[in-house]
Design a protein around this ligand. Sequence first.
Ligand code: G16
Ligand code: MG
Length: 220
Amino acid sequence: SKKGFIFDLDGVIVDTAKYHYLAWQKIAEKLGIEFTPHHNEKLKGVSRVRSLEIIMELGKITATEQEKQLWLTQKNDDYLSYLTDIDSSEILPGVMPILSHLETLKQPIALGSASKNARPILEKTGIIDLFDAIVDGNDVSQAKPDPEVFLVAARKLNLAPEDCIVFEDSEAGIQAANIAGMVSVGIGDAKVLHEAAFNFPDFTHMDTAFIDGLLKKVKA
Ligand code: G16
Ligand code: MG
């Protein structure tokens, strides 16, 4: 039987989470707000607008709609400047073998990302054709931990949520997958992602037998 394998983008397939962090750090610095890697965990997987709100809450500051729009534009322009020259070297270690294995098994693959920049990233890294469905920040209105992005991906694959597996590096994304009724697989720090059904520090620690095991699981 078919299972749907839904991949988050930033921090799971590509190493772009570091660029988001650098870009937000510049905004935070401009606003005089201390912004550490620890604070950054809360921004992973959440939308651009929500990320700015979290930073402003952190610094207990308010702003006009115009100021917020300016900061959002500055953040995205800066983020895009890091992406200008990216290529397949940005794909995280261990990802390609798992994608290839799924392709060999003819299992459907989807993208479930909060990013509005997802498509150009998949194009530049040369892997866009591997995806049977792409759902990104342009397609949904609710940010993770809302399950919308993953539920839309399941619908596009014509699969029930319980037949889908989600790979996520963010707390919000693991929560979204769990709320959607999908199998959540945390990629990253097990302490941060403790709500995940399974956890791997990165894809180099996941072998194809894990995928085969998920496919063998019979429905309860
Ligand atoms: C990503 C990042 C988030 C980012 C969001 C929106 O989501 O993890 O930090 O804020 O996309 O990105 P953009 O500003 O490019 O629209 P994901 O779901 O791919 O991890
Ligand atoms: Mg992510």
